[in-house]
Each structure stands twice: as C-alpha cells, then as structure tokens.
Design a protein around this ligand. Structure first.
Ligand SMILES: [Zn+2]
Length: 404
C-alpha cells in the first residue's frame, strides 16, 4: 500500500517535470482559435492530471511517463473556450501491452481548464452542455446512453464480428486485457480474409492516437462501444456516424499509441459505459466467447461448435434482441413442437447452431441446457415451439414478450 502511494507521488512529480515537453498534435480541421498555445499546454496539464487521478498508480508508476501521455485536441470553440479531444496513455512497446484512451471534454472556467474524461459523471453532463460546435446533437444523443449511473449491462450487445459477414477469420488471440494479463479480458485478436476491418455495429467513430492512426473507437447507441487497434490506413472519422459494416481500416501492426504487434491483426475490444468489460459469456457475430485461465487462451462457441485460438470464426452477423442460437449440447437435433411443452407433437427439428427468431414465449416443460434450467418455451414460427433451455439468448429470462 505504502509503496503504491510512493509510486503514485513519483508519477505525479515526474509528470509535472515532463509536462512542457509533451507534444500536442492539433487536428487540421480545427477552427482557428483564440485559444493560445499557452492555454493548450495548460489544457494538456489538466487532462494529464485527470488521467493520473483516474488510473492511479497502476499506470503512472511506469518509468517512461513522458512518452506515454498523448493529449489531442480535435475540436475547439474559440469563444466559449470548450475543447473536445482524445487523451491516451501510451502502452510500453511490449508484447501484449495496449494503450488506454479516453474521449474528453474540457472547458475553461476563469483561467483554468476543467477536464472531464469519458466515464466520469461530469463527462455526461458537460457533453450535453457543450456548444454544438464541440459536440453535435447526434453525439449528445449517443453519449447519453453511455450512462455512468447504475444501469444493468444489457445481456446482448447486438454486435457482429469486425469483418465481412459470411467470411471466416482466424482467432489469433483469445480473450485478453488491455495490457495483456490485465482483467477484464475485454479483447480478441483477429486476422484473415481480405484483412478489411469493419465496424461491429453502428455508432459515432473517433480516432484515438495523436497522429490519427491505428486506433478507432466506436460509441454505439446501446451503451456499448468497441475499439479497433493496430489498423493500417484507417478512416479518420472525428465523430461521424458509421453504419455496421463500415470499412475502418486494414489489419496491421500500427503501434501509434504504443504496444506491440508481431503480425497483422486487429485488437478488438468491448466496452460498456465508457469502460472495458469482460467478453466472457458474451456473444458477437454468432459466437459466445469464454475466457481461459490465462490471457489469449479461451475459446468461442456457436451452438456446440467450439473454436480455439488459431482456428477460424465464421461471421454470422449480429443477433437481434429476440434471436438465439440453437445449442443441443453436442448431439442430435432440437425437437420443434406444436405447443409449449413436451406433450405436444413434434412437428420438425432444428440443427445445432441454427439461429432462431423468437416471436413470443410461454411456460411449459422444464429442461436443462448448457447454460440454463428453464420452463420457458420460445415460439419460433406458427405452431412451432422449442424449449428455451436449448437456445442461447444471453439470458435466462424470456427475450420476447409472453404470447397472447
Ligand atoms: Zn490484442
């Protein structure tokens, strides 16, 4: 405990000493402003202070603080003295290390910059207060759903895998953290096919690194956000809306914000409410991901099909909230019955891995599947019912309303 505190102090001291040497890349499309370079260096200082506070000793105790902070100004409002940008703590150039980054909003009060980082309460409210030159109405709407208030994370993220639908890419690294061993294991490494990395869902897209290269973040409207790192020739969206499947860049080995890539891939990470979250048990593109004992291990499942790192993942696309994946636990097919229970006649079967759309639900015979014991039955067509125990929906509750 004592040691941590000392490291933290040392980190701050080091920061203060090195502050003036930190480069502040300014975007080409910013308004010519009355905000002076002196203001900008004070802003950098304020942002770094905020980053230090949020990360504490774990990040700032690293030796090379100077090269690790990137404070980027993407938009300025000259009159009202508001700034919108990204701030990054560069990762050390080591295998399995990843940078951490925030979108931030800052405003000048008196002669002082006040800074709010993504994930903080003030970030939410300042974004709404910011002039439209700084944050547009669409961004305000989308960010409002990234609530840091108590909100239960949705069972379904409604994301596809970040490449073409129907293509198969290699899972080059199973669930891992932003600095390799760090939890939560929020991230996957993927490569293959035409190497074109596509948006896993629609949302507002941003580049994070000072040079605009390598790292794209998309803020989705449902509270989730996704990160894509190591990209080559990425788009430079600066907050513009992208649809699911929009080209973001090519897999690459870019380390503009630090870290290391031994070969071309995309580091794909899941966030919720502006923070990295575990992908353990989460579905994307028709695959449910499970963490292993160590970073980069683990596996993915589609129904009963298991794929380990080094193997291919077919991109089935995003599941709708009322869709599920048939999982008959390794053998046979799933009986489809004419009503919600085992006493109804069998009218058909579904194969393991089939994606079904659930119109409504009822209760009936209880069954135990891979992930739940339930008496819920799903109506998947006219006079077609299956036990929800054998349908992966991300939830042990009904994902569609009760049938009339
Ligand atoms: Zn990775």
């Amino acid at each position: 405990m004592k040691k941590k505190w000392m490291c933290w102090c040392l980190g701050i001291a080091l920061l203060l000493v090195l502050m003036p040497t930190v480069a502040v890349p300014v975007w080409e499309n910013v308004t010519t402003s009355k905000i002076s370079e002196d203001d900008i260096s004070k802003l950098t200082e304020a942002v770094m202070k905020e980053m230090t506070q949020q990360k504490g000793a774990s990040i700032m105790s690293a030796a090379d603080v100077k090269s690790r902070a990137q404070v980027n100004v993407q938009r300025r409002d000259p009159d009202k003295k508001w700034v919108f940008g990204t701030a990054v703590i560069e990762a050390p150039k080591e295998k399995g290390a990843y940078p951490e980054g925030w979108i931030y909003v800052a405003k000048m009060e008196g002669a002082e910059w006040k800074v709010a980082l993504e994930g903080s309460k003030s970030f939410q409210s300042w974004l709404q207060d910011a002039p439209s030159t700084i944050v547009n109405s669409n961004e305000k709407k989308v960010f409002a759903n990234q609530s840091s208030d108590v909100k239960v994370m949705a069972d379904q993220d409604q994301l596809r895998l970040p490449f073409a639908l129907g293509a198969t890419w290699t899972l080059t690294g199973g669930p891992h953290g932003y600095s390799g061993q760090n939890t939560p294991y929020s991230s996957l490494d993927l490569a293959g096919g035409n190497q074109q990395v596509l948006a896993a869902g629609s949302g507002n897209a941003y580049t994070m690194c000072g040079n605009g290269q390598g790292w794209v973040r998309i803020i989705h409207a449902n509270g989730f956000s996704t990160d894509y790192y190591h990209l080559w020739n990425n788009i430079r969206p600066n907050g513009s809306w992208v649809d699911a499947g929009t080209f973001l860049g090519y897999t690459g080995t870019d380390v503009s914000c630090g870290g290391y890539a031994s070969g071309r891939h995309v580091h794909f990470a899941l966030r919720y409410n502006n923070a990295y979250v575990s992908i353990n048990g989460r579905e994307m593109g028709g695959w449910v991901f499970w963490s292993g004992n160590s970073a980069y291990e683990g596996y993915a499942m589609h129904g009963s099909t298991v794929r380990y790192p080094g193997q291919g993942l077919y991109n089935y696309g995003a599941l709708a909230p009322n869709q599920g994946i048939v999982d008959v636990m390794g053998s046979g097919t799933l009986n489809v019955r004419s009503g919600p229970g085992s006493s109804y006649p069998i009218v058909g079967t579904k194969n393991d891995g089939e994606i079904v759309t659930i119109a409504c639900t009822a209760t009936g015979t209880t069954y135990t599947g891979r992930s739940k014991t339930t008496n819920i039955w799903d109506r998947i067509g006219n006079g077609q019912w299956v036990s929800d125990a054998y349908v992966w929906t991300g939830s042990s509750s009904a994902v569609a309303p009760t049938c009339n």
